[in-house]
Design a protein around this ligand. Structure first.
Ligand code: AMP
Length: 224
């Protein structure tokens, strides 16, 4: 029987974990569970969760632990019921209580954590990447651009589908700084947490995204 692959993509905002998680999940055909995206969808759909999360997200703060703990619990229980091969968690856990809750959930569902991929980049690069990020408004496309390193061919238009691009409210320079503060205070301690469990692998996120992708793919393949 093939081994299940349960991976966490970890790193500061702007390190490239979303881009890489999306590519790896489509390559390996594994569900990509991205808490940031799930919360943004809930905000657009004005669900109770969305309404409770909105002001936190837009100012660059983390939402309260219980909100995301419940969200992930629901997702993983549903996944475990289906033909199960594993998953890619992107943006969760982000605090020690979230990591503890995930550990208990893994125990309850009889899952084993394969690896935590820690994508690293220096802070000045992170702020630059976040504040120059633009995203395609077409939900089915969602292509990501960068006004410095990956400019669209026509200003403010997606190269792939021609839709307009937008900037996330929490990608402004001010909100980006707040997100990095939150990361340093609440999320960075998880590095030690998973390193001590011998589950963390560092990846240099300053390299070209294709090189980063190939490195992650090699690592994931080694776990199969
Ligand atoms: P992201 O798209 O991963 O940058 O997440 C965007 C925002 O969603 C974050 O700045 C938080 O406000 C919220 N968020 C996403 N994941 C979490 C989490 N695990 N814990 C708390 N807040 C989260």
């Amino acid at each position: 029987m093939k081994k299940e692959i349960n991976i966490i993509f970890f790193g500061a905002p702007g390190a490239g974990k979303g881009t890489q998680a999306k590519k790896i999940s489509s390559k390996l055909n594994l569900p990509h569970i991205d808490t940031g995206n799930l919360i943004r969808e809930a905000i657009i759909n004005k669900t109770e969760l969305g309404q409770r999360a909105q002001s936190f997200v837009e100012s660059g703060k983390l939402v309260t632990d219980q909100l995301v703990i419940d969200l992930i619990r629901e997702k993983l229980i549903v996944l475990k019921d289906r033909h199960y091969k594993g998953f890619i968690l992107d943006g969760y856990p982000r605090t020690i209580p979230q990591a503890n809750a995930l550990g208990s959930l893994f125990g309850e569902l009889n899952l084993e954590l394969t690896n935590v991929i820690n994508i690293q980049a220096p802070e000045d690069m992170l702020v630059k990447r976040l504040s120059s990020r633009r995203i395609c408004t077409n939900k089915n496309c969602g292509a990501i651009y960068n006004l410095i390193t990956k400019k669209p061919m026509t200003e403010n238009k997606c190269d792939l589908c021609g839709s307009n691009l937008y900037q996330r409210k929490d990608d402004t320079e001010e909100a980006a700084h707040e997100r990095l503060n939150e990361y340093n205070n609440k999320t960075a301690p998880l590095e030690k947490y998973y390193r001590e469990k011998d589950k963390l692998t560092d990846i240099d996120g300053t390299k070209d995204p294709n090189n980063v992708y190939n490195e992650i793919l090699r690592l994931v393949d080694s776990h199969k």
